[in-house]
Ligand binder design. Structure first.
Ligand code: FAD
Length: 491
């Protein structure tokens, strides 16, 4: 159908969209979800691994887009991973039914309560820690690796070495929960089931093992019979009608990215869950095209969640380095958050390159002292990000402090092999903010200046949450949709 009415439309099928879809469809509401990416499960097309990037590797691009080592040519395809390039920062996002959950590392980290309270002073932290976070852990199927397996498995040498070195340098480490099913991974290791995490699958999708949203929230929502998901449907812009309903201009695309149909959908209630960059682009483009009302705080308070990559070369080369075989699922981290001078958390990240490169990779998460702003360039018809080196000064200081201390205690050098000067300041996996809860929206995510428009995704979090963000995005979405339903917004 090219022209269609739907009572409720959700744009995007990541965490915010999946939570909204489940709770609304459970409440008996008919929901249509539009997703520009592919429904991978339905398509039957397998995900590719890191060593052989294929169809799922780079959204409509001719070359692979991993953070480094992009030697691979590709045929453009509506892949699962996309990279959005801005002047001083590149932002990676997931595309497809399940959004970021398809491509992410599955690290399911609950923020520190003290930091959560600092970032969201108006939220009832007790309710979040006693109710929403436990609920989200259950729904997302969060689990923890068995310590004995971690100790014995050759694929986790990088974690064992990383933790040993961190302790020697005087840092505290933590175990990081994940949505990857570790019991499945143990079976992979015993060759009882097809391999995924142990076969370098992750940022181009996992064929097995990972409980992505299509296997949790979205599956449950579809089982109600009230949710319809249309994949390869890209919303171009939105118009506000006189009766306060919305009209969406949509392009249905094929897997080569060509438009096969232009469609117009109408809805009374619209939920934007297109991810931080997607939601901001839709709002700001619609404003630029048709003067669509957007509150002055839309685009403000954006941050990279303090993402800062760095690495070390020559890590224990004589004793076998970090391991030739590596699981793609991180389970360890360094927690230096309580250090007043250098507060950061860092993931001990895998680098599964099929050979031992004696290199350690770290993704630091820092505070964001200086926030950025997202605007729309009407002439060039694209988003602009006000963000440069001045925003990452303390992040770089922390990375430098960490690497120096690690090298002093353990040997090794700053990694020039991975990054030009040893620092990946321009790599962002966690774009957050721009439609901040209680600022651009009301206390439950309803966009200011609108009666029927809600934003439920990472853009609600003001640029920083101190840990990997999807657990928080999911919990905030649970909180918002519960209250929106309770206050009869969707009656
Ligand atoms: P998203 O999950 O980004 O979903 C938005 C969806 O909307 C996408 O599917 C997109 O295709 C769709 N969309 C966008 N625009 C349109 C449009 N115009 N029309 C139709 N559809 C549209 N976080 C963690 O907590 N732990 C991790 O281990 C972790 N690892 C990561 C690794 C990588 C490589 C990446 C890229 C991210 C990682 N993240 C991780 C971040 C996490 O995945 C994101 O924070 C999260 O997915 C954001 O959720 P969201 O609901 O805001 O939107």
């Amino acid at each position: 159908q090219k022209d269609r009415e739907a009572p409720i439309i959700i744009v995007g099928s990541g965490y915010g969209g999946a939570v909204s879809a489940l709770r609304l469809s459970e409440a008996g509401k008919k929901v249509v979800m539009l997703e520009m990416g592919l429904n991978w499960e339905k398509s039957g097309i397998p995900f590719s691994n890191l060593l052989k990037p294929g169809k799922s590797a780079a959204w409509l691009k001719k070359k692979s887009i991993a953070p480094f080592m992009n030697l691979f040519s590709l045929t453009p395809f509506t892949a699962a991973l996309d990279r959005l390039d801005y002047e001083h920062i590149n932002v990676w996002v997931g595309r497809g039914v399940g959004g970021g959950s398809i491509v992410n590392g599955g690290m399911a980290v609950t923020p520190k309560e003290s930091y959560f309270k600092e970032i969201f002073p108006d939220l009832d932290a007790e309710k979040f820690y006693n109710f929403y976070f436990p609920l989200v852990h259950k729904e997302l199927k969060v689990n923890v690796i068995d310590e004995q397996f971690l100790k014995d498995c050759p694929y986790y040498k990088f974690t064992r070495v990383g933790e040993e070195e961190a302790h020697k340098a005087g840092f505290k480490t933590i175990r990081v929960p994940n949505v990857y099913d570790f019991k499945y991974m143990e079976k992979e290791f015993r060759n009882e089931v097809p391999r995924s995490a142990l076969n370098t699958e992750v940022i181009y999708g996992n064929n097995h093992g990972k409980n992505s949203l299509d296997k949790t929230y979205l599956k449950k929502a579809l089982e109600t019979g009230n949710l319809e998901i249309l994949d390869l449907h890209k919303v171009d812009h939105i118009k506000l009608n006189e009766d306060k309903s919305y009209t969406l201009a949509i392009q249905q695309i094929d897997t080569a990215g060509q438009t096969i149909a232009d469609k117009t959908f109408h809805c009374k209630k619209l939920i934007l869950s297109a991810g931080t960059m997607g939601t901001l682009e839709l709002l700001l483009r619609s404003h630029s095209l048709h003067n669509f009302p957007v509150h002055e705080l839309v685009g403000k308070n954006w941050g990279n969640n303090g993402n800062f990559m760095t690495g070390r070369n020559w890590v224990k080369p004589l004793s076998g380095g970090t391991g030739a075989q590596q699981s793609t699922i991180p389970v360890g981290g360094v927690d230096n958050w309580d250090d007043p001078e250098h507060p950061f958390f860092t993931e001990i990240a895998p680098l599964p390159m099929g050979m031992d490169v004696a290199t350690a990779l770290y993704l630091l998460i820092n505070r964001v002292d200086k926030k950025g702003e997202v605007t729309y360039d009407s002439a060039q018809t694209k988003l602009t990000l006000n963000w440069d080196q001045s925003h990452t000064v303390t992040m770089k200081e922390n990375a430098n402090y960490f690497i120096k201390k690690m090298n002093k205690a353990n040997g090794g050098t700053r990694s020039h092999f991975l990054f030009n000067n040893g620092f990946g300041a321009d790599i962002c996996y966690h774009p957050l903010g721009g439609c901040v809860l209680g600022q651009a929206t009301n206390q439950y995510g309803k966009l200011k200046e609108h009666e029927n428009l809600y934003v439920l995704d990472g853009s609600l979090i003001p640029g920083t949450i101190g840990v990997n963000p999807f657990v928080t995005i999911t919990a905030i979405a649970e909180f918002c949709i519960e209250n929106l339903i309770r206050t009869n917004e969707f009656a």
